[in-house]
Ligand binder design. Structure first.
Ligand SMILES: C[S@@+](CC[C@H](N)C(=O)[O-])C[C@H]1O[C@@H](n2cnc3c(N)ncnc32)[C@H](O)[C@@H]1O
Length: 174
């Protein structure tokens, strides 16, 4: 346990951010949002009405062909300010710890996050969207069309979330 970890949390002895990379990801752009402070960001993009701007790097702009026809997109982004070494976490909204892969926390070995956004407009390589929750300047990893028939599972459940002990505290609604 390090000085700033909570009881029951598990910190890796090796920071994944310092290991040799496997995937060779490239950032394909960046995300402009109203938030410069993590605590000001919404916990979940689905609960945000703020307009945000996705800037796709010109080198990849041709990949946006037909994107304007999509009503919703899945946006994948890299939570560049998140620590990567905390695999068991004690969220404020529960007295039980959970593994990072059971949480939507940005704190994970690869700090990849996603939101389903509503596409408002496309202007060249710039997308205006609603439904993000990341810091201004967060790197963009990928954009995919949201297919409701494949991507929506209305009866899905997250058992621990229904049993959380402090639902009144800041949490995401899953
Ligand atoms: C709980 S995560 C959810 C992310 C995404 N919607 C998901 O489910 O994968 C959202 C929180 O991550 C934090 N955050 C946002 N941008 C970040 C960044 N670039 N680096 C580190 N943390 C960030 C903020 O505290 C924000 O409220």
């Amino acid at each position: 346990m390090t000085d700033n970890s909570r009881p029951g949390e598990i910190v890796l002895t090796e920071d994944p951010g310092l290991l040799p990379p496997d995937a060779g990801l490239v950032y394909i752009g960046s995300i402009e949002t109203p938030w410069d402070d993590r605590h000001a960001c919404p916990r979940s993009g689905g609960r945000s009405n703020e307009i945000c701007t996705i800037h796709v790097d010109g080198r990849f702009a041709e990949g946006l062909k037909s994107v304007e026809s999509c009503s919703h997109l899945i946006i994948l982004y890299w939570m560049h300010e998140a620590r990567r070494d905390l695999v068991v976490q004690a969220p404020a909204f529960d007295s039980t710890t959970h593994g990072c892969f059971a949480l939507r926390t940005p704190v994970r070995p690869n700090p990849v996050s996603l939101s389903v956004v509503k596409l408002i407009s496309v202007d060249g390589a710039t997308l205006t969207v609603r439904g993000l929750d990341c810091l201004n300047g967060t790197p963009l990893i990928d954009i995919k069309p949201y297919f409701p028939a494949n991507d929506s599972v209305p009866d899905a459940t997250v058992g621990w979330h229904g049993r959380r002990t402090h639902p009144e505290r800041r949490s995401i609604d899953l």
